[in-house]
Design a binder for this molecule. Structure first.
Ligand code: SF4
Ligand code: SF4
Ligand code: FES
Length: 271
């Protein structure tokens, strides 16, 4: 394949059309390289957001032949027919060409309370079991590309940004809710404003995540179960009311065989 035809969405505020560009193929070329070729040789006004070109900053999210993906991680030789359509993410307000306004995600993120360790600890180091560290670390791999938000039908088709925080924010809450030193009970937020019940476990978000986070299995389903136990299990509700059932202690018992990791607290970022 010596060249490809890129069909790139050009326009502003959702109004526009596809424009075709011929781009010569180089070894190992990714779609972002092709966009850069157009900017350098054909049309310098083509707008595209990017930063790292290493699949780590989450800036170059777009839709490639209709599938949400990172422009810098998608090789052009995945499309041997040589025709590649590139458009902006459709869930977020369109700005220009391939650029969308993803600021809603940051506003929602700001509504999630940060990690709250027990103040009585007075900044003492955390003693965490390795398995607890690994559980939370999975969610912290998120690069905030928002591809999962783009593909989620609750946000994309039904536009329920008023009712559902979306899979990216479910990962953030999971990283806090499953942190053994967090003292906040996050079930009320999950049940109400975060709208965890809106997720119907289609797993589309997991399929597009470039960090391979098991968003549905490891974040959303366990949190759904906690909310269901809290709000919809009548026996647990009665037991909790009369004080028989309490929230499970989060730290493992002393002497557990798994190796412990010490993290000196408080962490700089409470995310
Ligand atoms: S599994 Fe849930 S959060 Fe993920 S895309 Fe489907 S509905 Fe959205
Ligand atoms: S969870 Fe995955 S897909 Fe969603 S924003 Fe984070 S890295 Fe991107
Ligand atoms: S440019 Fe940073 S993720 Fe693509």
């Amino acid at each position: 394949m010596e060249s490809i035809t890129l069909h790139v969405f050009r326009g502003a505020h959702g109004v526009g059309s596809l424009t075709d560009y011929e781009v010569p193929v180089t070894p190992g070329m990714v779609v972002l390289d092709a966009i850069h070729y157009i900017q350098a040789h054909t049309d310098g006004t083509l707008a595209c957001r990017w930063n790292c070109k290493a699949a780590k900053c989450g800036s170059c999210s777009a839709e490639i032949n209709g599938v949400p993906g990172l422009l810098c991680k998608t090789r052009v030789d995945l499309f041997p027919e040589g025709d590649i359509a590139v458009g902006p993410m459709r869930t977020f307000p369109h700005v220009r060409d391939l650029v969308t306004d993803v600021s809603w995600n940051y506003r929602v993120n700001a509504r999630i309370p940060p990690l709250r360790p027990d103040p009585a600890r007075g900044g003492a180091p955390f003693d965490l079991q390795q398995e607890d560290v690994e559980r939370v670390q999975e969610f912290r791999k998120c690069i905030e590309c928002f591809l999962c938000q783009d593909v989620c039908h609750v946000l994309r088709e039904h536009q329920r940004t008023d009712a559902f925080f979306g899979p990216r924010q479910m990962c953030r809450i999971a990283g806090l809710e499953m942190h053994p030193m967090d003292t906040l009970d996050r079930r009320q937020q999950l049940h109400n404003e975060a709208g965890v019940a809106y997720c119907n476990i289609t797993k589309c978000c997991t399929e597009v995540c470039p960090e391979h986070i098991h968003i549905t299995d490891n974040a959303i389903i366990p949190m759904k179960e906690r909310v269901v136990d809290s709000y919809f299990d009548p026996v647990a509700g009665i037991l909790r009311k009369i004080g028989v059932l309490q929230r499970q202690p989060r730290q493992k018992a002393a002497g557990d065989a798994a190796p412990a990791t010490t993290i000196h607290s408080p962490p700089k970022s409470a995310d």
